[in-house]
Design a protein around this ligand. Sequence first.
Ligand code: UGA
Length: 467
Amino acid sequence: MDIVIAGTGYVGLVTGACLAHSGHNVTCVDVNKEKVALMEQGVSPIYEPGLDEIMRESINLGKLHFTTEYEKAYRNAEVIFIGVGTPERADGSANLKYVYKVADQIAYSIERDCLIVIKSTVPIGTNEKVEVFIRERLRNKVNVEVASNPEFLSQGTAVKDTLKAKRIIIGVETKKAEKTLRGIYERFGIPIVVTNRKSAEMVKYASNDFLALKISFINEIANLCEIVGADVGDVAKGMSYDSRIGDKFLKAGIGYGGSCFPKDTKALHWLASDNGYEFKTVKAAIEINENQKFRLIRKAKKEFKSFEGLKIAVLGLTFKPGTDDLREAPSIPNVKMMLEEGANVYAYDPIGVNNFRKLFPTGVEYVKCPEIALENADLAFIFTEWKEITSIKLDQYKMLMKNPVIFDGRNCYSVEEAEQAKIDYYSIGRRNVSINRNLNKSELRLKSINDLINVPDDVACTDSSRL
Ligand code: UGA
């Protein structure tokens, strides 16, 4: 089938490359000339493992093309997928300006009957509205129908998630549209769920928001574990044996980030409010996540009254491993706080540094390996569980840092390991290991007692046995 894809971000490009890989003739449209020139060479403008390979393979087979000339591309297309961004507006609602811009270009260009498929995550009712919008603007007498086909790919595993998806959701109002979409997807051998457009749109929000809720739930369990002395890792493991709960998305940490969960929770909450309904669970997930981002730094602030003049090693910047994406990454507000306090921040990330530099062009020292960040550091923060970071042995922290104190937002090490290594280690939902800090604190306490009783330095107490 001849398919055109509007937009070459994560959704558009991965969908285009995977449909071409499965044998369809695909043309991807993007307004950016440099980006199109790059993609024509088989180079993906986004970091996504395995994408370059399937792009090159399909380009060589003549199945995948790129163009900036939308009019020409849309003119005789049988099916046009819309895979453009739907970013968040200030009030939390989804901004649909890119979807409508493409819809307008489609209405202007098409010269034959066409099925428009919206892959972008859009509020319930959008497919219907876009259909009306296009029909009102058609330049030629053709039949147009809009169908919903939300995507469920995750950054870092997007190609696998598309080629071996768990399900394909098709939201249609006619048998004709269903037949066309089945014709595109049946070769993937993946279960196809057919429903109406509004339900398909809702499946996407409900799926993402449910996962966000699951993360916020385990994060709250983690916070409570810290108070009552339980271990969230063990709790999650114990829960996971119940297949009704499962073992996925139960990793406690410093909150979810990325271009989807934060945006989609806010959009669904906004949509519910707009329809006179208060979506309490999603609202709670949003609030918990905002709070969770600062959980670790609050712990650090209890131990270090001020970060001024301290060298802080920041390990991991992206919102999760396997991507260079920094959208809503917890590292951003945390590093901002550190800099505001006058810390000397040394940041390491295997992929995300270039993007982070755009946000913090000055003030942060970017280093090529974690060892340089850790050398002589007063404390270390872990924000992303890259394997380059989790493979650092605790002994290395001890060897390299001035004082080995780790604040781990992704629970990369076990508490027992930290105890054995005699490293001060603060993580999420588990007990703190504060061997050295306790020693330092008692030293500090003794010093202040000595100050109080004004003992001359040469007879000052330096250990508790002398008090
Ligand atoms: C998410 C969904 O997982 C995809 O199914 C969906 O298609 C996509 O959004 C989208 O709407 O486009 P993604 O944003 O790439 O995918 O990332 P996830 O792997 O879901 O992780 C999101 C955040 O949750 C990350 O910050 C991650 O660290 C955090 N997370 C994930 C946890 O804190 N704990 C977990 O157990 C799992």
